[in-house]
Write a protein that binds this ligand. Structure first.
Ligand SMILES: *[C@@H]1O[C@H](CO)[C@@H](O)[C@H](O)[C@H]1NC(C)=O
Ligand SMILES: *[C@@H]1O[C@H](CO)[C@@H](O)[C@H](O)[C@H]1NC(C)=O
Length: 393
C-alpha cells in the first residue's frame, strides 16, 4: 500500500513538471499577438477600473457636462453625494432652494426633521446654493464648507447668488437630482422659507406609487400649486418687471409655484435638456415649470387646495394641534411669514396626526372662521416669495 502510494505521488509530481514545461514551451513559440489575446482573456484585476474609464470618457466627451443653461464653465463649488451613500432606493429627494446666507433657515429645517429621520422615511434633503456675492458680510465660504462638513447636505454651484440667477440654481437642483439621485422616485422642490408637512407628502407619494404607478413612472409628472394665465408685471418700477423683449406674450403658460412642487427624475431630465436650448428667463418657477414645461407638452396636476397663502393659518394650526382636541391642519404648505422657528413648531406638532392622534376639523372650526389673518392675502406667486432673498443683498 505504502509503496503504491509513493509511486502515485512521484507520478503526480512528474506530470506537474511536464505540464509546466509544456506551458512554457507553448508560451515561447506562440506569436506575440496570440499571447496578448491570451492575456486579455484573463479577468481584469479590478472590475471597476474599466467601467470607470468608460464613464469618465463619456463625461469628458459630453459638452453639456460643464455647461449649465448658458454658463459655459459651470461646476459644483460644493458637490454632494448624499444619494450615493444611501443604500436603498429613495422615495423622494427634497431639494431646497436656499440663499447661501440663510444658515438659520437651514438650521430650522434640520431641527424640524433631521436627515436621519428623513432617511427612515425613505427621503433625503439637500440645500441648493450659489456663490456668495462680494457684498455678503455675514457669512463666508469657510463657514459654508464647515456647515457642509458637519451636515453633508449642501450643493453649491459656481455662479453668483442673485435673484436674476435663480433659474440657474433651479436647473442645477433638477440636474443634480436627475443625475446624482436618479434612484429617487420623486423630487420635491421647496423654497427655504416655506413650511411644508413632510409627513403628508410621504404618505401621499407612497399611495401614489400604488395607485398611479403609470404617473410615477412617466416622463411627464409635475404637481403643485398651479398658477394659470398670469400676466407679467409690466410696471418698470416693480422689482418683478418683465420687459416685452424678455417675454412678449400677455400671459405666462400655466406654471407651478416654486414654493413647493413635485416631479420625478425622468421629467427633470427633460426639463434640464430643454433648459439648455431655450432662451434664458430669470423668473425660475415660471421658466422651468411654465415655459419649458409647455414646450415639452407636460400637463400639470393641481394640488392647490393644500396651499395656504397665510403664515397665520399655519400658526393657528400649531395652536389647535396643541389643544386636547388636536384638529388636523387644513393646509400642508404655506409661507413662514418671516418666522424661522414656525417650521420647527409646525412639524413637531403635526407629526402626531400620522399616529391617528388628531381629529378631523369640524366645518364651524375652519381656519377661515377661527383664525384671524392679518397679512394681506398673497398667492403663492413670485413677488411674495423671493422678496426676502432680494432684501438680503
Ligand atoms: C445667459 O443668458 C442671459 C439671458 O439672455 C444673459 O443675460 C446672460 O448674460 C447669459 N450669460 C452668459 C454667461 O452668456
Ligand atoms: C449670475 O452669475 C454669473 C456667473 O457667476 C455672474 O457673472 C452674474 O453677475 C450673476 N448675475 C447677477 C445678476 O448677479
Amino acid at each position: 500500500m505504502r509503496l503504491r502510494g509513493r509511486i502515485a505521488y512521484k507520478c503526480l509530481i512528474l506530470t506537474f513538471f511536464v505540464l509546466v514545461f509544456l506551458l512554457i514551451c507553448l508560451d515561447y513559440f506562440m506569436p506575440t499577438g496570440k499571447r496578448d489575446q491570451f492575456l486579455t482573456q484573463l479577468p481584469p484585476l479590478e472590475k471597476d477600473v474599466s467601467k470607470e474609464e468608460t464613464t469618465s470618457k463619456h463625461i469628458e466627451s459630453d459638452p453639456s457636462a460643464s455647461r449649465l443653461v448658458n454658463l459655459t464653465n459651470f461646476k459644483y463649488e460644493i458637490p454632494n453625494d448624499v444619494c450615493r451613500k444611501y443604500d436603498k432606493d429613495l422615495l423622494a429627494i427634497i431639494i431646497v432652494t436656499s440663499y447661501a446666507g440663510h444658515d438659520e433657515l437651514r438650521a430650522a429645517h434640520r431641527l424640524a426633521v433631521p436627515q436621519a429621520k428623513l432617511a427612515e422615511m425613505g427621503m433625503q434633503r439637500i440645500f441648493l446654493l450659489a456663490q456668495l456675492p462680494p457684498t455678503e458680510k455675514f457669512i463666508t465660504q469657510k463657514q459654508l464648507l464647515d456647515e457642509h462638513q458637519r451636515f453633508g447636505d449642501l450643493l453649491q454651484g459656481n455662479f453668483q447668488e442673485a435673484y436674476r440667477n435663480l433659474s440657474y440654481k433651479h436647473v442645477m437642483g433638477l440636474r443634480w437630482a436627475a443625475t446624482d439621485c436618479s434612484s429617487a422616485k420623486f423630487i420635491i422642490k421647496v423654497d427655504d422659507d416655506i413650511i411644508y408637512d413632510v409627513f403628508h407628502f410621504r404618505r401621499y407619494l407612497e399611495s401614489l406609487e400604488v395607485q398611479r404607478a403609470d404617473l410615477v413612472a412617466s416622463r411627464a409628472y409635475l404637481a403643485g400649486y398651479v398658477l394659470d394665465a398670469r400676466p407679467p408685471v409690466r410696471n418698470n418700477a416693480n422689482k418683478w418687471y418683465v420687459s416685452e423683449q424678455e417675454w412678449s406674450r400677455s400671459t405666462y403658460p400655466a406654471y407651478l409655484s416654486g414654493w413647493l412642487y413635485i416631479t420625478n427624475p425622468k421629467t427633470a431630465t427633460r426639463l434640464v435638456q430643454e433648459a439648455q436650448q431655450t432662451p434664458f428667463f430669470w423668473i425660475d418657477d415660471t421658466w422651468v415649470t411654465g415655459i419649458l414645461r409647455e414646450k415639452l407638452k407636460i400637463n400639470v396636476q393641481h394640488l392647490n387646495a393644500w396651499y395656504s397663502a397665510n403664515a397665520e393659518f399655519i400658526d393657528c394650526c400649531v395652536r389647535d394641534l396643541k389643544q386636547p382636541s388636536s384638529y388636523e391642519c387644513e393646509y400642508f404648505v404655506g409661507p413662514n411669514g418671516g418666522d424661522n422657528k414656525l417650521l420647527v413648531e409646525f412639524l413637531h406638532n403635526v407629526e402626531k396626526c400620522y399616529f391617528d392622534e388628531c381629529t378631523k376639523r369640524p366645518p364651524e372650526k375652519s381656519l377661515k372662521k377661527t383664525c384671524v389673518a392679518s397679512a394681506k392675502h398673497l398667492l403663492p406667486d413670485h413677488g411674495s416669495v423671493h422678496v426676502k432673498q432680494v432684501t438680503l443683498r
